[in-house]
Ligand binder design. Structure first.
Ligand SMILES: [Zn+2]
Length: 496
């Protein structure tokens, strides 16, 4: 008999987001899991409470929170919304320490002034910083991103491990395993139009992927896939063999595509003359249902046709796209064409947070205004675009609450002025339109508590969030000193 612990939580409102009716809203519901898998989901009543108590006895753990409603019930009610944890289909864990840097700049200037200097700094000074921090600066950086994801209720992510981070796959796996989250690491790479010291040969990229498989063998929660950085920074010489590697290993393939107008225009005029990035990807045969494109802002009708035909998916990152002044993709047209679209946050350097509910809200606001049509992207669809849809795109087993799925779920605190009143009929709407992102009170991943009563808990290896935040604060101050003396970078993409 399976001896892993049983965990039950009973909530005032439950949103399973599951088939056959993903819109189902349950008043007084429960989720029961054993170990890392969900066993039961449904409406709660006294019979359920009695049955579980009798059958499970002392092995049943009941989740108590600060929002417990006083009663003599066998399983006490929590004044919360219980729903699947969020799934982030595109982000960058190396960006958390550079929030608020190089704002008011477009994509490629921002890469030159924020992302590449910071990741270059922790790469060049790794030995020295390791001595000062007590662990590598990469590990501290990635741990900080794990703290933030958990804070916002994200338990599953695809992390695009770009630029210098491609050299540090062990550190990202270590951070993720410690945090208890689930991660696909898309290992970045480039062979043109980037800082020269980063440029790969095809064999470098493949060797890195093979080496990551060895890390994966000893990782329970982390997988690796090819993730060349950008459309413009990768020639067919590196893209084609990496897509072949992905096909041979049955993995996803991830890349930034058509992120902003200046770079996309430059791509079509000078890099691959006459071709949009999507036409280029199609021509070299790397688009299929396992290819996931981040952004796809500049996306014409012909690109939409190609994406729909090949089955490639798009991850829309409205916070980054608006803050960097990149523009917004034709999400409504993509969805109408049947293209799988998830909403995500991108990295914290451009977004400058991981509030995935805010990302969903912004996506809808923009599309409603652009089309002058308030009926577009209703709340239910938005909630599915940060749970069910990215789960499907990432080929995971989360994003909805059904028996057999991974036990990843969150509780939303209802004792917040901005969420009063919440009823069954405005539940999903309040989550999207009235939440401020800080209401994620409790986070469970694989049946294990990662955040409880508003506090991110120590990681599996004993690392405390407070110690991570303290070290990131120091690291960011050392980065400022370094940046003052370091030579200015330029030359990324169209920033020439
Ligand atoms: Zn990105």
């Amino acid at each position: 008999m399976d001896q892993s612990p049983l965990l039950i939580c009973r909530a005032r409102f439950l949103l399973p987001l599951a088939e056959p009716d993903r819109t189902r809203r349950i008043r007084d519901g429960y989720v029961l899991s054993r170990g890392d898998a969900i066993l039961e989901v449904g409406p709660y009543n006294d019979d359920v409470g009695r049955r579980l108590h009798e059958a499970s006895g002392s092995e049943l753990r009941i989740l108590h929170t600060r929002r417990e409603v006083p009663s003599s019930d066998a399983i006490p009610l929590q004044d919360v919304i219980l729903l699947p944890a969020f799934v982030k289909a595109h982000g960058h864990d190396h960006e958390q320490p550079i929030i608020g840097i190089a704002k008011e700049e477009p994509l490629t200037a921002w890469l030159d002034h924020a992302v590449n200097p910071y990741t270059g700094f922790i790469n060049a000074k790794r030995a020295e910083l390791t001595e000062r921090l007590g662990c590598t600066p990469q590990l501290v950086t990635y741990l900080m991103a794990r703290v933030c994801d958990i804070h916002y209720g994200i338990t599953t992510s695809m992390v695009h491990h770009c630029n210098y981070n491609k050299y540090h796959c062990e550190d990202i796996a270590r951070a993720n395993e410690a945090a208890g989250t689930t991660m696909i690491v898309a290992i970045g790479g480039q062979d043109r139009f980037y800082t020269p010291e980063l440029l790969d040969k095809p064999e470098d990229a493949l060797r890195r992927l093979d080496a990551a498989l060895a890390i994966q063998t000893s990782s329970r929660r982390t997988r690796f896939v090819p993730g060349p950085d950008q459309d413009f920074s990768n020639s067919r010489a590196v893209l084609v063999p990496q897509k072949a590697w992905a096909r041979a290993h049955g993995t996803l393939f991830h890349i930034h595509s058509s992120e902003e107008p200046k770079t996309t225009r430059w791509f079509t005029e000078a890099i691959e003359p006459g071709l949009t990035p999507v036409e280029y990807f199609d021509q070299i045969g790397i688009l299929d249902a396992a290819t996931v494109l981040a952004h796809q802002v500049n996306c014409g009708p012909r690109d939409i046709e190609i994406l729909a035909r090949t089955g490639a998916a798009v991850v829309h990152n409205p916070l980054a796209n608006t803050i960097l002044g990149s523009g917004m993709p034709p999400v409504v047209e993509m969805l109408t064409a049947g293209i799988p679209v998830a909403i995500s946050t991108d990295g914290s350097g451009s977004a400058d947070n991981q509030d995935i509910i805010a990302a969903a809200r912004l996506a809808a606001q923009y599309q409603k205004a652009r089309h002058q049509d308030a009926t577009l992207l209703p709340s239910q669809q938005l909630l599915e675009m940060i749970t069910v849809a990215p789960n499907r795109i990432l080929r995971m087993n989360q994003g909805e609450l059904t028996p057999g799925r991974q036990a990843d779920w969150i509780l939303i605190d209802l004792a917040r002025p901005n969420l009063v009143p919440t009823r069954l009929d405005n539940l999903v709407e309040n989550l999207i339109w009235a939440a401020d992102g800080s209401e994620v009170d409790t986070v469970v991943a694989r049946g294990r508590l990662l955040k409880h009563d508003g506090v991110v808990l120590p990681f599996l290896d004993g690392t405390t969030p407070a110690s991570v935040m303290l070290r990131v604060q120091s690291l960011s101050e050392w980065f400022v000193e370094y940046r003052e003396a370091a030579p200015a970078l330029s030359g990324t993409g169209a920033n020439r």
